[in-house]
Every structure is written in structure tokens, then in C-alpha cells.
Design a protein around this ligand. Structure first.
Ligand code: UD1
Length: 342
């Protein structure tokens, strides 16, 4: 790095945002993180400080607040923005589509307007494999067409990617990372996911069941056309997701072209079934897990995992944690927040 670059991280107290702030600080970047704290807590910011022992700025700001964002950009000279701030619950988006379109698309528009006004050229965007729907071919690569999104949440990610494609004429350089299924927590157990209410996602449900917070896990369906009948996913450690953002910034730094819009799959390339994950959890933690097979969950994709060739080649990135480590870290974090360990 030529000099210390200054990166703005929106949603910096969120699950992936906080882990990314850690990796940016480790890599020597100057970081300003903002978050509305609507869906996270100050203790995550404190966790980032404890892990890194490095200075960074955290401010409570909602990305929809254009005036606040403008002030922030006026007071700082940012080199790049990583935009995480968004809602991510598929179910909630079905119930409250307007809230999802407003927040997820609206915040991106505010960020883009502000970047343009202050001539900040580089953006890393949080996208999702949900843009593919059920792909015709797996492992899926970046050339696969978008299917009609199953949920308003998925539609917001498709819309945001379309908006970003159009930004090259505005002089922006964009990398969109399409996450598969991020799981786990920082190995220090000082930061991790804080699901609100009953978790929708598999791993928080598994760890909460193991901790006795939920009575029983339901595996949604065992009659899919997969080896053991349960859905197949590409589970990736959140710290590996985080390091890819640092690599994406480096990628843009080395790029000569004044405009670009690149998308990358961010997965391990390994398809793991829900039942395999449950068994791996029991194996690595030694904890009993009460689970049953239930009916399919409406809207679930049968199988999806990444072809990560492009991200590995272009960003010189590769995953460093396996499934067992990811699940162990998720469990250590759950024990920590439940007060089951110190
Ligand atoms: C989906 C999206 C992902 C998005 C995420 C946000 C796809 C392929 N993925 O992830 O892009 O970021 O939502 O929430 O559309 N399961 C159970 N029991 C449970 C919970 C889940 O069996 O209690 C199963 C699900 O049926 C699914 C798998 O576990 O087969 C993973 O589910 P989940 O963690 O919710 O993630 P996705 O739905 O894959």
C-alpha cells in the first residue's frame, strides 16, 4: 500500500461488516465505520477494538440520512467505501417489501450520490448468491443469468447490482461480492452474529438449540434431489468473507482503468448438505443437538454452491477455514453471548 488509505465501512457493526473492519485494521487501513445500530449493538464495536487493539472511528449514522453522510464525507477524505448496510431477512422482506426496497435500494442510492459528490471512486458492495435463484448449473459461476428473485430481499440485491452496472458512466469503480452462506464467528469469540428474535438462518438456529435457547432444530425437508435429501449450500467462514473485501480493495488499487464493475462469487466451492452440517456440528463440539426432519421451507433453493475460480484468480483469495472450524467458532460465540463460558 502506498500510504494509509481511508476506508468507510457502512453497516460496520453488522455481522460481516464488523469482521471486515477487523481485517482492514489488521491490513493497515484507516477505518471509519458507521452503523444505525438498529440491528446490532455497541458491544460489537468494542469487540473489534479488543481484537485489533487499533484506533478506528465509529459513528452511529443511518445511511438513509443523506445530510449526515454528506457531513461525514466532507470531514474525511475517503479512498473507498464498503457498503454493507442493508436488511437481510428473506421472511421479513416478504412481509415488509416496501421497507426492504426503501432501505436496501435507498441506502445504496444515498451512498452513490454522496460518493459522486465527494469524488470517492471505489465501492465494494455486499451482494448475495440469492441473485441466481436456483441456477441451472452448479457449481454456479458469475455468467449464470438471474432468475426471478424469490423474495423482495433477493430482488433488492438484483436491483442494486443493476444500479451498480450503470455507475461506470458516473466514473465509479465497483466490485460486488456475491456471498454464499457466511457462518461462524471470529476465533477470539469477541464478535459474531447477533440474530434478532428467532433466527431464520441455519447456523444460529443450530447454536441456539445447542445452548438450550431453542427446544429443537427442524431440518426443512429431506426429500430434495440431493445425496441425503436435505438442501445443499456453500458455507463459508465469515473471516474468509471479510478478507475478500480487503483483497477487493487491493484489486481496485492495482487497476489502471478509471471505471469498472466486476462481480465475484464468494464461496468455497464445496456443497454441504444441511444434515451433513448438523452431523459435523455434533462431531466438532461434542454437544447433543435435538433435531427433527420437517417439511420443506417455502422458497428454499434445492442446491447452490459456488464456482469460486474467478475470485481466487483475480483477487488472489482463498478460504482458510473449513466447515468444522466455522461451526466451532459459531458455537464458541454462542456460548460467550449466553454466558456459558467466560
Ligand atoms: C438465503 C440466501 C442468501 C441470503 C440469506 C439471508 C439463497 C440460496 N440464499 O440463504 O443469499 O443471504 O438467505 O438470510 O437464497 N434450514 C433448516 N432449518 C432451519 C434453518 C435453515 O433446515 O432452522 C435450512 C434451509 O432450509 C436451507 C439451509 O438450512 O436449506 C440454509 O438456510 P439459511 O441459513 O436460512 O440460508 P439460505 O436460505 O441458504
Amino acid at each position: 500500500m502506498k500510504d494509509k488509505q481511508h476506508v468507510l465501512v457502512t453497516g460496520g457493526a453488522g455481522y460481516i461488516g464488523a469482521h471486515t473492519v477487523v481485517e482492514l485494521l489488521h491490513a493497515g487501513y484507516q477505518v471509519t465505520a458507521i452503523d444505525s445500530l438498529e440491528r446490532s449493538e455497541q458491544r460489537i464495536v468494542e469487540g473489534v477494538s479488543s481484537i485489533t487493539q487499533k484506533e478506528f472511528t465509529f459513528t452511529k449514522v443511518n445511511c438513509l440520512d443523506a445530510a449526515a453522510l454528506d457531513q461525514l464525507f466532507a470531514a474525511n477524505r475517503f479512498d473507498a467505501v464498503i457498503h454493507f448496510a442493508a436488511y437481510k431477512s428473506v421472511n421479513e422482506s416478504v412481509e415488509k417489501p416496501l421497507m426492504y426496497y426503501n432501505n436496501n435500494v435507498g441506502s445504496l442510492l444515498v451512498v452513490l450520490e454522496t460518493m459522486k459528490r465527494h469524488r470517492v471512486p471505489d465501492l465494494i458492495f455486499s451482494s448475495s448468491c440469492t441473485v441466481y435463484g436456483q441456477p441451472d448449473h452448479i457449481p454456479v459461476d458469475e455468467t449464470a443469468p438471474f432468475k426471478r428473485a424469490e423474495s423482495p430481499y433477493g430482488a433488492t440485491k438484483q436491483l442494486c447490482e443493476r444500479i451498480l452496472e450503470d455507475m461506470t458512466t458516473e466514473g465509479l469503480r465497483v466490485v460486488s461480492l456475491r456471498y454464499f452462506n457466511p457462518i461462524g464467528a471470529h476465533p477470539s469469540a469477541l464478535i459474531g452474529e447477533l440474530p434478532i428474535g428467532i433466527p431464520n438462518n441455519l447456523v444460529p438456529y443450530v447454536t441456539q438449540t445447542a445452548a438450550g435457547v431453542r427446544a429443537q432444530l427442524t431440518v426443512f425437508g429431506n426429500d430434495y434431489a440431493t445425496p441425503d435429501g436435505s438442501c445443499l449450500r456453500d458455507f463459508i467462514h465469515v473471516c474468509d468473507v471479510a478478507t475478500a473485501h480487503v483483497k477487493a480493495i487491493e484489486f481496485l488499487n492495482h487497476l489502471k482503468s478509471p471505471t469498472v464493475c466486476e462481480v465475484f462469487n464468494l464461496g468455497t466451492g464445496v456443497g454441504v448438505s444441511v444434515l451433513e452440517l448438523v452431523k459435523k456440528f455434533i462431531e466438532v463440539t461434542g454437544v447433543k443437538l435435538n433435531y427433527k426432519i420437517g417439511p420443506r421451507r417455502p422458497g428454499d433453493v434445492e442446491k447452490v454452491y459456488a464456482n469460486p475460480h474467478k475470485v481466487m484468480q483475480a483477487l488472489h483469495w482463498k478460504p482458510t477455514y473449513d466447515l468444522g472450524q466455522s461451526l466451532l467458532h459459531a458455537w464458541q460465540w454462542e456460548q460467550k453471548i449466553r454466558g456459558l463460558v467466560n
